[in-house]
Design a protein around this ligand. Structure first.
Ligand code: MN
Length: 197
């Protein structure tokens, strides 16, 4: 196998200042501070349920709104996933999860194909959860799919509570990604007839 599947990313613009350390082969240890409590809660769930170690510090222009902070975190997390995986030797590549949370049921399926594609099917009854704008869920995962080179499909199958729906989506994403990045001893190279992902 490869050396450690880790990545450290720094991204600074006039809108956000982000430092992120990711360990794909972690145990779900996190230290997250984005300035948005609910977003921290979601990213902590992502770390814990995907067994990814995540250290993240975001200083964003929250006096404007939550947009840049959430979108740019997605850009940096997607970049970190791509860089940590390198050539993707030995990984299962595909992952999926149907995840329930009380009245909510969501689906997430992904392919670390190198070709970005994003499909999102879901709506929210409330515009915000805490300081988190629900319309940013789509922007966050779109940013990850494009920067990571990931085909990502997400569907809200049922549910009414915005907190539950968003949390279920983050956890389903974590579990699907955990499956896709898992190495399989039967895969000795890159799982594609093309020879690269
Ligand atoms: Mn919660």
């Amino acid at each position: 196998m490869n050396t450690a599947r880790t990545s450290s990313e720094v991204r600074k613009t006039k809108e956000t200042d982000i430092q992120l350390d990711l360990n794909i082969d972690g145990s779900g240890v996190y230290e997250v501070d984005t300035g948005i409590g609910f977003f921290d809660h979601m990213l902590e769930g992502f770390s814990r349920h995907g067994f990814f170690d995540l250290k993240l510090q975001v200083k964003g222009d929250l006096h404007v709104d939550s947009h840049h902070t959430i979108e740019d975190t997605g850009i940096v997390l997607g970049t970190a996933i791509k860089n940590a995986l390198g050539k993707k030797e030995g990984i299962r590549r595909y992952g999926s999860c149907i995840l329930p949370m009380d009245e909510t049921l969501v689906l997430c399926a992904l392919d670390l194909s190198g070709r970005p594609y994003f499909s999102f099917d879901g709506t929210f009854d409330t515009p915000r959860v805490g300081e988190f704008d629900t319309e940013m869920v789509r922007e966050f995962f779109y940013a990850i799919s494009y920067t990571a080179g990931m085909n990502l499909h997400m569907k809200v199958l049922s549910g009414t509570n915005s907190h539950h729906i968003i949390e279920a989506l983050f956890k389903a994403f974590a579990k699907a990604l955990d499956e896709a990045v898992t190495t399989d001893p039967r895969i000795h190279d890159i799982l594609s007839t093309k020879g690269s992902l």
